[in-house]
Design a protein around this ligand. Structure first.
Ligand code: ATP
Ligand code: MG
Length: 397
């Protein structure tokens, strides 16, 4: 292979560091394969043809069009399972050549700046007679003398990374932090109750980050709830979909259920009754879709339906667990994640909320299961659920 000398101003190669998969024993290979598949799908869609090689702690991304590397790195860093990403320069594993390249790269990245650095070398080729500390002294020493940067081994401003393998060496001067977590899809599938608010898209993202593929379910009540509100939910789903190469949203007609509850039940119970219907339907749709859990944006004591008492009451109607990734978060923490993942701007657009439809000012905060069950005894629960499920529209995002 031909190595470019001197080092070009840009590169078409990046190293992607893989996190926690190390802990996963015999599942490791499956997780890595899934991660590579996810990376290929999302990077190709955003930045064109690419090849991803490697196995274990390091993957190498090779991009056909080097002008797109920045975009590809941003996508890779946002891919669950990746802990950090660096654009790297590849050269022959020849120590003199590496030393020259270190000086050249440090000069172009940091020359003339008053900063400290540390050289960190990793030997991928353990048969190399020179040990890492000696290589650090050699490469770091050359940069110290010729680029005139301060060395600080404990708290450097910048890291000069070097790895020396049998076939190639790589060097880099930038590292972008990745989201960490586990590859989407490797821990199973969950049914996300997706509304137009701030919380549920963040909850979906957190589930994805923990390796869950998500399918969405949205309860829609036309004409009380506008089409614009539904479009907003779809727009939020589209923000989550690329991380898993597409996502299905189940749009459930909810109007008849809400009307039946309003006509027959004590107003103070309406929200809880709505929510028990939502959970029952989501649970059945989850079973049909092969999802092993529900997932919501619920948050302890955020609203009346989210007290411990009321969460217990809705949990009684499902056959599987409900993930509530945001249960203990403060709103400010949720908003910060929402901004970071790019859903906030859409979430704060005005929308109507079916959970507040026909709801009195003071809904119960400490519901009682026997009272809820008695209220439901006055409703054709099964018929309402079946009609809603029959009317589901499945939208591909
Ligand atoms: P968000 O919680 O997403 O900001 P919100 O505050 O309007 O929206 P809540 O009333 O707090 O929603 O509802 C709690 C959770 O219930 C939501 O996070 C979401 O998972 C689910 N949910 C509420 N309304 C709907 C709906 N119309 N369709 C699907 N899920 C819903
Ligand atoms: Mg909420």
């Amino acid at each position: 292979m031909q190595y470019p000398t001197p080092i070009p101003a840009d590169t078409d190669l990046a190293v992607l560091r893989v996190g926690e998969l190390w802990l996963k024993g015999r599942n490791q290979q499956r997780f890595i394969d899934r991660l590579k598949h996810n990376l290929r799908t999302t990077i190709r869609a955003a930045a064109g043809p690419c090849v991803i090689r490697g196995n274990r702690g390091h993957l190498y991304l090779h991009l056909e069009d080097r002008s797109q590397l920045k975009k590809a790195i941003a996508v890779a860093a946002d891919t669950p399972g990746i802990t950090s990403v660096s654009p790297v320069y590849r050269l022959a594993p020849d120590l003199d050549a590496i030393e020259e390249a270190c000086v050249e790269l440090a000069q172009s990245a940091w020359g003339g700046r008053d900063i400290s650095f540390a050289a960190k070398t990793k030997r991928l080729d353990k048969s190399l007679p020179v040990k890492a500390p000696e290589l650090n002294r050699r490469f770091g020493g050359a940069v110290f003398q010729r680029v005139k940067l301060r060395v600080d081994l404990t708290n450097p401003d910048e890291i000069l990374g070097i790895e020396v393998g049998k076939e190639h060496a790589h060097i880099w001067v930038q590292t972008y932090t990745g989201v960490g977590g586990l590859p989407v899809g490797c821990t199973g599938k969950v049914m996300l109750l997706l509304s137009g608010g701030i919380d549920s898209p963040v909850a979906g993202y957190m589930a994805q980050k923990r390796g869950c593929e998500i399918e969405g379910i949205y309860f829609h009540s036309p004409p009380f709830i506008s089409e614009a509100s539904r479009e907003k939910v779809e727009a939020l789903g589209r923000k989550l979909a690329p991380r898993q190469g597409g996502m299905t949203l189940n749009v459930v007609p909810f109007t008849e259920i809400q009307k039946a509850i309003k006509a027959n039940c004590d107003g103070r119970l309406t929200v809880l009754l709505y929510r028990r219907f939502m959970y029952r339907i989501a649970d059945r749709v989850a079973v049909a879709a092969g999802a092993n859990a529900l997932c919501t944006g619920e948050n302890l004591a955020q609203v009346a339906s989210q007290t411990l008492e009321n969460l217990n009451i809705v949990d009684r109607v499902t056959s599987r667990i409900t993930l509530r990734p945001l249960i203990t978060y403060d709103k400010a923490e949720i908003v910060a994640i929402s901004r970071r993942i790019g859903t906030f701007e859409t979430s704060i657009l005005p929308h109507d909320d079916c959970c507040t439809l026909f709801v009195p000012k003071h809904p119960v905060t400490k519901g009682r299961l026997d009272i809820l069950e008695a209220a439901e005894a006055d409703l054709p629960v099964e018929d309402l659920i079946n009609a809603a499920i029959d009317g589901i529209e499945r939208v591909s995002l």
